[in-house]
Ligand binder design. Structure first.
Ligand code: TYD
Length: 208
């Protein structure tokens, strides 16, 4: 029997640089001979990518907060079944750009106090946490200007503004403090190569 692979997630506010860091970590580990699956949320499987378009594009008021939580959770369930769990079972390292902590923050904080609902649905339908979560911590004012500079169709969440991003940063740090067993916080304001080095060290400590 193959030993199950490790499940590593990246979290952070919009523009924190976590997607770049997730990609760099995947490339470095692959170059070192590890079997790595790099994936993202919302998305990461064909069905979940369809749901991604439903939630991230179009009129921001298209869904109620509750419906949005269901859609993110549906996408995560499909991603878990079709991509993450098969890869872990085959002994691969799964690196995922955002996972349930993003729903805890974005849906749990941004549209009223829905954290309890998010947590209950997670227990019911997802029921697993990553082995390691790397939080790329970033000053929201810097993060927001980076995110807005990107100009995509997925502006829905990124146009929420500075106040929400500040609350989100604090929320992620609280989440990290409450789950010290799996969270590691890395300063995203440092030079990109330095951040990448710290990320690699942190991941390697988990992978031994
Ligand atoms: P992402 O593509 O990771 O954007 P970025 O590269 O800016 O981090 O995520 C798209 C948006 O989806 C992002 O603003 C966060 C939001 N999101 C949620 O609101 N809830 C979730 O559960 C997830 C996974 C993402």
């Amino acid at each position: 029997m193959t030993a199950p692979g490790r499940f590593i997630t990246f979290e952070g506010i919009d523009g924190s640089g976590k997607s770049t860091q997730a990609r760099r970590l995947a490339e470095t580990l692959k170059a070192q001979g590890l079997e790595v699956v790099l994936t993202r949320e919302p998305g990461g499987s064909p069905g979940a990518e369809e749901i991604r378009r439903l939630v991230l594009e179009g009129d921001p008021d298209r869904w109620s907060a509750e419906t949005e939580i269901l859609l993110f959770t549906a996408a995560r369930r499909d991603h878990l079944e079709r991509t993450i769990e098969p890869a872990l079972a085959a002994g691969k390292t799964v690196i995922c750009d955002r996972f349930a902590d993003s729903t805890r923050m974005y849906q749990g904080l941004s549209r009223g106090d829905l954290r309890d609902l998010v947590d209950k649905l997670h227990i019911l339908m997802i029921g697993r946490e990553p082995d390691l979560t790397i939080l790329i911590d970033m000053d929201p004012d810097i993060g927001l200007s980076r995110a807005l500079g990107r100009q995509g169709t997925e502006e829905r969440f990124e146009s929420f503004g500075a106040d929400l991003q500040h609350r989100m940063r604090a929320g992620f740090l609280d989440l990290a403090a409450a789950n010290p067993d799996r969270f590691r916080v890395i300063d995203g304001a440092a030079d990109m190569d330095v951040v990448a080095e710290r990320v690699l060290e942190t991941a390697k400590a988990e992978l031994v």
